[in-house]
Design a binder for this molecule. Structure first.
Ligand code: NAD
Ligand code: LMR
Length: 326
């Protein structure tokens, strides 16, 4: 039996938490042979609800669930964790843009970044889901100077999965057949889902679709505004699909992608003209617990324009929180 991995989940009493925890405990994230200890963080007023979720987790009798901790103290939740899913934040409600959430949530991520810096495992893999995810991940990274910045990531995988589904519907092919999709930039309507390199059974998806207007006027707005469409329809932001994307992100990072491209929000190393440290969606492959950016892709003018829009938004967000980072 492997030694258990300590996994922190913040916002454990929330709707994403409720879709996420049971799948982590059942082995869908780290493997069917990997025991886990769940370290659950939420606000003081949510502790009773967290206890309820823990009772349900117990009642599943998951063989891989080796322990659970509930707390409102980040330094307890993050103690020795090897994986940290930072979900807890204020979600967007009808009519709100992600930017409105910026300052409300920025403070949470300075505190949590500092706590990770102090008590987490030195190789902790951090995924920020709470919005605005890229900027929150940037704040957490900057608040944790003793940890490797590469270990802080933001969730673009939901955008990636949304784009895959739209492309599968358009081409009439199974999602699993689509390779080499990339999503650039911010987890927001400005993200640029780019299928210029994508293939299905070796054939170019761009050639199969061959419709620039569909790309610009239908595909990109559909993927970009999907979060708002779900809020409009459900009255609540996406939860099960977000939890699913978080599972995909960490599973691929830890267990590898076998050469397949996936999208992760990672601190830029300066590639593709994205300034160093900007937390940006890039195509990556994962192997041996590390991600590697897909390099050397050609960026045409349409793509450069789209990338600049999402980069400008991220730079504005970054400027908006600069005062909090000292
Ligand atoms: P929710 O309101 O149902 O749950 C949030 C939970 O976080 C609550 O239990 C709340 O008490 C807790 N919380 C708030 N502040 C906290 C703090 N400082 N420390 C610990 N816990 C705290 O929200 P949800 O639907 O689960 O969504 C969570 C976040 O995920 C939101 O920011 C939402 O916008 C975001 N989200 C991101 C993506 C993505 O693709 N990146 C997708 C969907 C939702
Ligand atoms: C989503 O994309 O579904 C989430 O980020 C929720 C939101 O606010 O759009």
């Amino acid at each position: 039996m492997k030694a258990p991995v300590r996994v922190a989940v913040t916002g454990a009493a929330g709707q994403i938490g409720y879709s996420l925890l049971f799948r982590i405990a059942s082995g869908e994230m780290l493997g069917k042979d990997q025991p886990v200890i769940l370290q659950l963080l939420d606000l003081p007023q949510a502790q009773t609800a967290v206890k309820g979720v823990m009772m349900e987790l117990e009642d599943c009798a998951f063989p891989l669930l080796a322990g659970m901790v509930a707390t409102d103290d980040p330094e307890v939740a993050f103690k020795d964790v090897q994986v940290a899913l930072l979900v807890g934040a204020r979600p967007r409600s009808k009519g709100m843009e992600r930017k409105d959430l910026l300052t409300a949530n920025a403070e949470i991520f300075t505190v949590q970044g500092a706590a990770l810096n102090k008590v987490a495992d030195r190789n902790v893999k951090v995924l920020v889901v709470g919005n605005p995810a890229n900027t929150n991940a940037y704040i957490a990274m900057k608040s944790a100077p003793d940890l490797n910045p590469k270990n802080f990531t933001a969730m673009l995988r939901l955008d990636h999965n949304r784009a895959l589904s739209q492309l599968a519907a358009k081409t009439g092919k199974p999602v699993a057949a689509i390779e080499k999709l990339a999503v650039w930039g911010n987890h927001s309507p400005t993200m640029y889902a780019d299928y210029r390199f994508a293939t299905i059974d070796g054939q170019s998806v761009k050639d199969m679709i061959n419709d620039h207007e569909w790309n610009r006027d239908v595909f990109l707005p559909t993927v970009g505004k999907r979060g708002a469409a779900i809020i409009e329809a459900r009255g609540l932001s996406s939860a099960a699909s977000a939890a699913n994307a978080a599972i995909d992100h960490i599973r691929d990072w830890v267990l590898g992608t076998n050469g397949k491209w996936v999208t992760m929000g990672i601190p830029s190393d300066g590639s593709y003209g994205i300034p160093k440290d900007v937390m940006f969606g890039f195509p990556v492959t994962c192997e041996n617990g590390e991600y590697k950016m897909v390099e050397g892709l050609e960026i045409d003018q349409f793509s450069r324009d789209c990338i600049n829009v999402t980069l400008n938004e991220l730079e504005e967000e970054r400027a908006g929180v600069a005062h909090l980072l000292g």
